[in-house]
Design a protein around this ligand. Structure first.
Ligand SMILES: [Ca+2]
Length: 86
């Protein structure tokens, strides 16, 4: 548990892919792993705005309250993964 908390603290101010995309249907945002549409979103003001050129979602850092933006899926960035707690 302590290791998990340390990792989370280190990641506070980085940008990450969060696994959401609107690739295929512009404006329809869904989770890549499940295909389900987003129920909760945390978009930054005036985001998403990349239209057909930006189809992946990033979580920004603490300076912008972890808001999301859309970005080109070709942009290099870290990513977050979900793991079963079992
Ligand atoms: Ca898009």
């Amino acid at each position: 548990m302590i290791k998990t908390l340390n990792i989370a603290f280190d990641l506070v101010d980085f940008r990450y892919y969060i696994g959401a995309t609107d690739f295929g249907t512009e404006g329809y945002w869904y989770w890549v792993h499940s295909g389900q549409n987003l129920i909760f979103t945390n978009w930054k003001v005036n985001e998403p705005r990349g239209r057909f050129y930006e189809n992946c979602a990033w979580k920004l850092g603490i300076g912008v309250q972890y808001k999301w933006i859309d970005i080109s899926c070709a942009e290099p960035a870290a990513y977050l993964c979900e793991k079963d707690g079992k």
